[in-house]
Design a binder for this molecule. Sequence first.
Ligand SMILES: [Zn+2]
Length: 231
Amino acid sequence: MKQIIPGLHTFTNLIVGRVYLIEDPDGLTLIDASIPPSAPKILKQIESLGRKPTEVKRILMTHAHPDHHGNLPLLQKATGAQIIASAQEKPVLEGKKMIDRPDPATLTGLSRHIRMPDTLLPAVAVDRVIEDGDRIETMGGLQAIFTPGHSPGHMAYWQPEKRVLFCGDVIFHMTGLTLPFAMATVDMAQNKKSIQRIAQLNPEIVCFGHGHPLTQDATHALRTFAQKHIF
Ligand SMILES: [Zn+2]
């Protein structure tokens, strides 16, 4: 477990798919759930803070991809947390609809051949559906920002006073800032519009679904990256 700022942590050694933990006086919130078999690591790292897994009140999902959803059934069982996601992601998270995939005609080169397979996720009930602008009761108020493209109902989350942005898979930060993988992005043009939208915010910290958080000059880095993708 690594602290980003007081009250905000990221789990370590989860293989793929970053998970964040927010500490509030009345309980804990997770953002995304990573893949199996890392659920025991997540629970252990929660305990390393002197907290109990049952203190996790809610799990916010950015989107319904296997690398963000894999541990969700186990974590939901271990914590009893409320699962929160957008209306578009709900049927996918609930195992009722296949993951949306990009049209192969829009892909080029290798992406065309390594497109995500048809996937039905293990079912988890979504307890609360959120829309753009909704406020979630954690971190002093976290605002849902509808950022479709990578998936049709992708949500980012924004804390305006602390200037912390959780951008999910709108942008990757594994080898510098990059676009998400084309083979796993339903509509890249729409994703680029979502990049423009989050670049209007002025975050001090950006927390990604893949890669380390950006904790210095985040607004500048985000705007410089967004400039490159104006179309
Ligand atoms: Zn994804």
